[in-house]
Design a protein around this ligand. Structure first.
Ligand code: SF4
Length: 368
C-alpha cells in the first residue's frame, strides 16, 4: 500500500507530505496541527485511517491529539461570503508569442487570435454584468494563452475599448497583465500608461533567462527584458518580477536575488514560482523540468532571508505567510470569467484547453 496524500478526519483534510530523510509532515491546516513523523508511521496512518475505532496504538494517539484540536478548528468559510464584489475577467487575446520558452505552459506559438467581435462582446458582457449586479468594479487580466502584446493592434484596440466602456458605464477597472517584456520603448510606454499592475516574467541572470526564455529564433532575450524591467520599475504603479524556477535554476535562487538587487535595486516584488509541467514542459523534459520540492523550499527560504536583508519582498503562491487563505487560487473561489481565443469560457487561465472547469457553463460555450 502507498502512503496517502490526504486523509479525512471529522470533515477536516489531513495531509501527509513527504519531507527529507524518510520524514513526513502530518499537516492538518484547519486543526492548526503539524507533526513530523517517520515514513513507516505515515504508512500505518494510511493503512488504518484516522477513525475513533482504530486499534493501532500509535495511530490512536494521533487520533486523540486531533480530537483535542477540534475545539480550536477553523470553521468552514461560508460560500456567500466568498462572493466577490468585483467582476473578474481574463481575456485570451492570442496563442502566439514572441518568445519560445522551453517550458511554456500554454505551448504558445500558434497563429490563433480572438476575433475582434468576440473581444468586444466579452468586454460588453463584463460591463453589463458589473452594472446589473451593482458590483464595485471589474478586474481585467490577460493571463490566458500566449503573450498579450504579440498582436499589437488587437492588444491596443482591446485596451481602448475597455477605457471607453469604463467611461460609458461608470464602472471602474483595474487592469493587470503578465508579460514577457520582449519589446521596445513605444510598447513599454503604452503598457505603463494603461496597465495598473504588471508582472514581468524574467527568470534570473542572462545565463538563466536566455536558456529558459530564448526568442523564437533562439536569440537571447535578457537585454531587451532587462530594459523593460528598468522602465516598468520607474513607471508602473504596481510592478513585480516573476521568476520561474526549474531544475537548472533552483539552487541559484539566492544568487538571483543578489543579481536582481544589483541590476534593479529593490523597488519591486519578486515572485518565485516552481515550473509547472504543462504544455511544452511536458515534451522538453530532457532540457528542463520542475525543481525538486525540497530543494525549492530550502533555496526559497534562503532567498527570502536574503531578500529581507536587501529590502526586496519575495513571495511564492505556494506559501502565504501573511494570512490564512480559504483556497489555493481564485479559480474555484472567485471565480474568474476567463474567455479563450475561441470564445470558450473557463474559470482557470491554466485550463486553456478547457478540460477541467468547463462543465458549469453549457458545454463550455460562452453564450453572450
Ligand atoms: S511562457 Fe509566456 S513568454 Fe514564454 S513562450 Fe509561453 S506565452 Fe510566451
Amino acid at each position: 500500500m502507498e502512503i496517502k496524500k490526504c486523509i479525512q478526519f471529522n470533515g477536516h483534510d489531513i495531509f501527509l507530505i513527504p519531507g527529507m530523510n524518510s520524514d513526513f509532515l502530518l499537516y492538518a491546516p484547519t486543526l492548526r496541527t503539524l507533526l513530523k513523523i517517520r515514513d513507516r508511521f505515515a504508512l500505518r496512518i494510511s493503512e488504518n485511517g484516522l477513525s475513533q475505532g482504530v486499534t493501532d496504538k500509535g495511530v490512536r494517539a494521533v487520533v486523540l491529539l486531533l480530537e483535542r484540536s477540534l475545539k480550536d478548528a477553523i470553521k468552514p468559510f461560508p460560500m456567500h461570503q466568498r462572493k466577490s464584489k468585483f467582476f473578474h475577467l481574463a481575456i485570451g487575446l492570442t496563442k502566439d508569442c514572441t518568445l519560445g520558452c522551453l517550458y511554456c505552459h500554454a505551448n504558445a506559438g500558434k497563429r490563433e487570435e480572438m476575433p475582434v467581435e468576440l473581444l468586444y462582446k466579452t468586454i460588453h458582457y463584463a460591463f453589463e454584468t458589473a452594472r446589473k449586479d451593482n458590483l464595485k468594479g471589474i478586474n481585467i487580466s490577460f493571463a490566458v494563452g500566449g503573450e498579450p502584446t504579440t498582436n499589437w493592434e488587437l492588444f491596443t484596440s482591446c485596451i481602448r475599448r475597455i477605457k471607453e466602456s469604463e467611461i460609458q458605464y461608470g464602472v471602474s477597472v483595474h487592469l493587470s497583465m503578465t508579460t514577457n517584456g520582449y519589446y521596445g520603448p513605444n510598447k513599454r510606454l503604452f503598457v505603463a500608461e494603461h496597465v495598473h499592475s504588471v508582472l514581468l516574467s524574467l527568470d534570473g541572470s542572462p545565463e538563466i533567462q536566455n536558456y529558459h526564455r530564448p526568442s523564437l529564433s533562439g536569440k537571447e532575450s535578457y537585454p531587451v527584458v532587462r530594459d523593460s524591467a528598468l522602465f516598468f520599475i520607474k513607471n508602473v504603479r504596481s510592478f513585480a518580477i516573476r521568476a520561474t524556477i526549474s531544475n537548472h535554476s533552483v539552487k541559484k535562487m539566492p544568487e538571483i536575488v543578489e543579481f536582481f538587487s544589483r541590476e534593479f535595486g529593490n523597488q519591486y516584488h519578486l515572485v518565485f514560482e516552481p515550473l509547472v509541467p504543462l504544455g511544452r514542459a511536458t515534451v522538453n523534459t530532457h532540457n528542463i523540468s520542475e525543481p525538486r520540492q525540497d530543494e525549492f523550499v530550502d533555496y526559497y527560504i534562503q532567498a527570502k532571508e536574503l531578500g529581507q536583508k536587501l529590502g526586496i519582498e519575495i513571495r511564492t503562491s505556494a506559501a502565504n505567510h501573511r494570512r490564512l487563505v480559504t483556497s489555493f487560487c481564485g479559480a474555484m473561489s472567485i471565480p474568474s470569467f476567463t474567455v479563450t481565443t475561441k470564445g470558450i469560457v473557463t474559470t482557470c487561465e491554466r485550463d486553456i484547453e478547457v478540460e477541467n472547469f468547463f462543465s458549469v457553463f453549457r458545454n463550455g460555450i460562452a453564450c453572450f
